[in-house]
Design a binder for this molecule. Structure first.
Ligand code: ASP
Length: 333
């Protein structure tokens, strides 16, 4: 039996953490389940437990794959698929709805060894958009397929598809109603709790290869056709064995404008910064000053991990080489 223990929540430095420096062991998988106004006051004990369990379950899925020598790509796809299948997160079946009450889901995947990448945006029937992104990356000569084309590719490669009603959960329909009452005509550019739950993962396998992926339903009450940062390589996702893998969450528009994921990798590769310094700089010097709220996770080729967010909390977790893991939700007290 695989022995996995959850290390009790440790007080972090502000809203950041650097794994190897603090834990003195190599991280092999870092995940997030979205950032936002997540605080002890607005998360019940039972919901907190559900989130912690789901994050831990996702890390365990990754551990099983990585321990037996599976690729970082496989680990990221399986971990994100598991989170997409949980209604807790804003991805797959938990996706938020656009202004018309429909899902339009976005996902991307990138490999660190050859910079191969694949994305889908605005898919409405693909059960696991991250698997769609993988098909685009591995089976086509393209890197980005949008809308119906993404669902058709999923069907062509026998990925599970569902009717649109499958994704229209009670919770998200209610949330949409609330957003509409606020009469936000700009298409949800105000950061609020209806955007929690985008999911992302970065893994490092035994061959030393990094892979990063992100999947989301976007923002509640978004305009039809709106695409955020999550499927955009360089904005919401990036991976290079020369630096690190990164996955972002938060106000997508600001992460796009600051090219957040690629900026983090470039700060490492060309700026000589550590993973911790890079992630902090992306939020404090780039996304934050524009007005963007959210966070990001990162893992470098030596197994140093970090996360950083300027929101109240971020669902997040890290798995170490020895199978131990750390799951966190809230920011610094
Ligand atoms: N970044 C996502 C988007 O803008 C939303 C989120 O991460 O909460 O589509």
């Amino acid at each position: 039996m695989i022995l996995i223990s959850i290390i009790a929540s440790l007080p972090l430095f502000g809203n950041m953490a650097n794994g190897q420096a603090k834990m003195n062991k190599k991280a092999v998988l870092v995940i997030h389940g979205g950032a936002g106004v997540i605080s002890r006051e607005n998360l019940s004990e039972s919901m907190e437990k559900e989130y912690r369990n789901e994050l831990a379950k996702s890390l365990q899925i990754g551990y099983k794959i990585l321990k037996k020598g599976g690729s970082s790509e496989e680990a990221v796809v399986e971990v994100i698929s598991n989170m997409e299948d949980s209604p807790l997160f804003n991805a797959g079946i938990g996706s938020v709805l656009n202004e018309n009450g429909n899902v339009e889901m976005d996902a991307s995947l990138m490999r660190g060894d050859d910079l191969a990448c694949g994305s889908v945006a605005g898919v409405r029937r693909t059960k696991n958009p991250i698997r769609g992104a993988r098909v685009v990356m591995n089976e086509t000569k393209h890197v980005f397929i949008i809308g119906e084309g993404g669902d058709v590719i999923a069907e062509k490669y026998d990925l599970p598809v569902e009717p649109p009603e499958y994704f229209q959960t009670e919770r998200r329909l209610k949330q949409l109603e609330e957003r509409k009452k606020q009469n936000d005509r700009r298409g949800s550019l105000i950061y609020d709790d209806s955007k929690f739950g985008t999911v992302g993962a970065v893994a490092l396998d035994q061959s030393g290869d990094l892979c990063a992926g992100t999947s989301t339903g976007g923002t509640s009450n978004k305009l039809m056709g709106r695409v955020g940062d999550s499927p955009l390589i360089g904005s919401g996702t990036y991976a290079s064995n020369k630096s690190c893998g990164v996955s972002c969450t938060g106000d997508g528009e600001y992460f796009i404008r600051s090219q957040a994921a690629n900026t983090a990798a470039a700060l490492m590769e060309f700026g000589g910064k550590t993973i911790e310094e890079s992630l902090k700089s992306v939020m404090d010097d780039h996304v934050g000053p524009l007005g963007g709220v959210g966070g990001l996770i990162g893992l470098d080729k030596d197994g140093n991990y970090s996360w950083y967010f300027n929101s109240k909390g971020m669902y997040r977790g890290v798995l170490f080489e020895d199978g131990t893991m750390l799951v966190e939700i809230f920011g610094a007290p």
